[in-house]
Structure formats: structure tokens, C-alpha cells
Design a protein around this ligand. Structure first.
Ligand code: CA
Length: 435
């Protein structure tokens, strides 16, 4: 894959740009002024406000608009940004997103009048789901992940099923149990099939996470109208970190012939800050790479712009005992969104190729991000090779799958020469006992 030759001329991405919010200028911050991700937080008056993360602070857009600090915004943007979710803003489309971004960047830039009364410390913010998610679809776009899982579940055949390199494989998921980072996850129960006996109902014993990214659809397409590859990126609002919690023992028994069902429907966590495609534009690459001998891609899926996103991710685990002993979380894997065989735009073009309608706030999961190395496998099923190679934790215990009290934290960031480093923040969840 190659970096785009055309440097972006967008002034909001200028790496030398600084903010009057001093913490946004600190090296290593996830939220410099070049990022400006959107989220929703509980304001002091009890209502939910849309905010923008800037350094260690959050710009309260509701207050900024009512205070006339963003008075150059067109009324439809002001109205949408005073809402309690981002859906209306997402539905306005990419031209409006860019207008808002330029205004917010100007407001926060060094040299502008400081407005500290419009800021809230990020640490004190209780984050909410930023979007009402109408529909959620989870894909399976990592060839390394699909190959590893195929080897484990079908050791005698080709690990990739025949359609895998021809279309982005996905399943329709469950939007009702998508939760924002920090929300606890209770161990599910389900129907389990021991190798040597009949099925039983009981607590999941093979509980796992999946390191993924989620893409929020912005502007809609009406039913009956496809989104072609040439227009797909304009429909993408932004991305978050996504943890597709998975019950492997439930999955193993139920998944054939129609795919995952209860194994995936009990919880899916997302990070609270949506990093926009404008912020990610320095991190777009050509691709995705195909391997020699791979089938020719059909025209409706052929990339026409640089749609691969170069975003690094890491997964950390912390057991209850580790936290009691003040031991830091242990990193168990790292990878990159650029490793996927299918891009979010190809998922969108394929998803709508039948005329399926997408709405503002619909969420598409990438599928587990696994690289080729062992330390880049994106779930415990792969990392421990179905439990046969347990991980040693610093508290002296081993993990094959997640135990009650385990806390998973996923982080993600982008960095390259000539662009500001930006981060996606984190996506955390702790496993609690069955209800
Ligand atoms: Ca998944």
C-alpha cells in the first residue's frame, strides 16, 4: 500500500496548528486540534449535549452555539449540533460536516479569543451513546482472522470459504445492545453442546472479545439506490473502536447454517468519540492489497480512491487481581485497520448493492483485526489457539478466555511524518458475573 502523493490542503489538518486549550498541544494527546472528534456527554443540567474532544477537555457545542461563539454556522448545522445525538448532523452530509469542522477549528485555534467557560474537563464527563443506531452489521474483513478461525473450525478443508475473496462477508447484528465504553458486560448464558453429550443451558465458559473498528454511516441512501464506490467515502461519517464481545461456546453450536446469533447479541462496546473522515484524511492509503492468485474483483467493488485507513490498535487486559495489586494492564495484541482485505467503502458498496437503504447512524463493524504475527491476533480464540496456548498474566494466573472481573481496554491511534498524531481514545469493558 502507498501513501497518497497529494498532501491535504485542508487548513484544519495543518500539523503546525495549535490551540488555546494547552493540553491539546501536548505531544501524545489523542485529541489535538487536528482531530476534533464528536461525542455526546451528560451535561450538568441533566440533558445530553454534543461535544468535541480537545486535549483533556470537551467543547460543549450546545453552549458554544447558544453563546454565539459559533455564530457563522448555517442554521441547519447549529440546530443539528444542539441535539442530544449526532444523527441529524450526520444526515446533513459531508459538505456540512466540513463547514462545522472549519468553524470549530477556528474557535479553538491559538490566536482566537479563548472561551474557557465553554469547556468541561473530559475526565468529569459521563459519556453517552453518541448516536441512535438503527441498524448494525458486522463484517469479517480480516483475511488473517478468517484464515485462523477457518483452520480451527474446519481443519480438513480450505480455511477460507469460496466466497471470501469475492465479497465482504457480514451478518446483520443487533443494535439494541451496543453500549458505550465503560459499561459493564455480564457473562451471558446460552445453549452449549459438550463434545460428549447432549446440549445444556448454562453460563458461557468461552467468553472472548474481538478487536474491531466501527464505521458510522453519515448521509443516507434511499431504498433502491446503491452507493457506488465513487461516492462511498462521502457517506462515511467517521470511525470508533469496537469490541464485539463473543461467546465462543454458544457460537460453535449455533453458527451453522445462518451465522452468529446469540453468541454476539448480548453486548457490543464502542469508544465514545467518533473520529471523522476529515480528521483521518492524512491516513488514507491505496489498496487493499490482493495476493497473487486472488480472484479478480468485480467492478462494483473496485476502489477508485484511497480508502484504506491506516489506524493502529492495541488491546490490554487487566484482571481483578492485577488491579488490586496495582499492576498495570498488560498489552496482549496490536494491529492495524490497514490489514483488512475489505475497506469500509467496499462494505458499504456491497451492503447497498441490492438497493438496501442505510440511515444516518447505522453502524458497520470491520470484523476482528488480526495481522500475520501471533501478537497481532485480535481475539483470545486466536491468541490462545482455542485455549491450547494460554496467556500468562502478571498476577500469576493464566487466561484461555475471559474471567469475571477481567477488564479489556482497546486503544487506537494514527501517526505518520507530516501529519499530526491523532487518537481514537479507548474502549473499555469489564466482565461481570451472570445476572
Ligand atoms: Ca466480529
Amino acid at each position: 500500500m502507498t501513501q497518497s502523493d497529494t498532501p491535504s490542503m485542508d487548513p484544519t489538518l495543518d500539523p503546525s496548528l495549535r490551540s488555546w486549550v494547552e493540553s491539546a498541544n501536548q505531544p501524545g494527546t489523542d485529541f489535538p486540534i487536528q482531530n476534533l472528534p464528536y461525542g455526546v456527554f451528560a451535561a450538568s443540567d441533566g440533558t445530553n449535549h454534543i461535544g468535541v474532544a480537545i486535549g483533556d477537555m470537551v467543547l460543549d457545542l450546545h453552549h458554544a452555539i447558544n453563546d454565539l461563539a459559533l455564530q457563522d454556522l448555517p442554521p441547519e448545522i447549529s440546530s443539528a449540533l444542539c441535539g442530544s445525538t449526532l444523527n441529524n448532523f450526520m444526515g446533513l452530509g459531508s459538505r456540512f460536516w466540513r463547514t462545522a469542522r472549519r468553524s470549530i477549528s477556528s474557535l479553538l485555534s491559538e490566536g482566537a479569543d479563548p472561551h474557557p467557560h465553554l469547556l468541561v474537563p473530559r475526565e468529569s464527563c459521563s459519556m453517552r451513546m453518541p448516536v441512535v443506531i438503527g441498524d448494525y452489521t458486522d463484517f469479517y474483513a480480516s483475511r488473517n482472522h478468517a484464515t485462523n478461525v477457518g483452520r480451527m473450525f474446519r481443519p480438513d478443508g480450505d480455511p477460507l470459504l469460496p466466497n471470501y475473496l469475492n465479497l465482504p462477508v457480514g451478518y446483520h447484528g443487533r443494535s439494541s445492545t451496543i453500549i458505550v465504553s465503560g459499561t459493564d458486560v455480564h457473562r451471558p448464558s446460552g445453549q452449549l453442546k459438550p463434545d460428549d453429550g447432549p446440549p445444556v443451558f448454562g453460563p458461557c465458559r468461552l467468553l472472548d472479545y474481538e478487536m474491531e473498528f466501527g464505521m458510522f454511516v453519515g448521509s443516507a441512501n434511499p431504498m433502491g439506490h446503491r452507493i457506488p464506490m465513487s461516492e462511498a467515502m462521502d457517506h462515511v461519517f467517521g470511525i470508533v473502536i469496537l469490541n464485539d464481545w463473543s461467546a465462543r461456546d454458544i457460537q460453535k453450536w449455533e453458527y451453522q447454517p445462518l451465522g452468529p446469533f446469540n453468541a454476539k447479541n448480548f453486548a457490543t462496546s464502542v469508544s465514545p468519540w467518533i473520529v471523522t473522515m476529515d480528521a483521518l484524511s492524512p491516513y488514507r492509503l491505496a489498496g487493499p492489497d490482493r495476493e497473487p492468485g486472488d480472484p479478480e474483483m468485480l467492478d462494483y467493488l473496485k476502489p477508485v480512491t484511497d480508502d484504506v485507513l491506516d489506524v493502529n490498535c492495541e488491546v490490554h487486559i487487566s484482571s481483578h487481581a492485577m488491579r488490586e495489586q496495582n499492576l498495570p494492564p498488560m498489552r496482549i495484541s496490536r494491529g492495524s485497520l490497514s490489514d483488512l482485505t475489505w475497506t469500509f467503502t467496499q462494505m458499504l458498496a456491497h451492503h447497498t448493492s441490492t438497493g438496501c437503504a442505510m440511515n444516518p447512524g447505522d453502524l458497520l463493524g470491520s470484523g476482528t483485526i488480526s495481522g500475520t504475527e501471533k501478537d497481532s491476533r485480535g481475539c483470545l480464540l486466536e491468541l490462545t489457539w482455542r485455549g491450547t496456548e494460554p496467556i500468562e498474566l502478571p498476577d500469576g494466573t493464566q487466561r484461555k478466555f475471559l474471567q469475571d472481573g477481567d477488564e479489556l481496554t482497546m486503544t487506537a491511534y494514527c501517526e505518520r511524518d507530516g501529519a499530526a498524531r491523532i487518537g481514537l481514545g479507548s474502549c473499555t469493558g469489564t466482565i461481570r458475573p451472570i445476572i
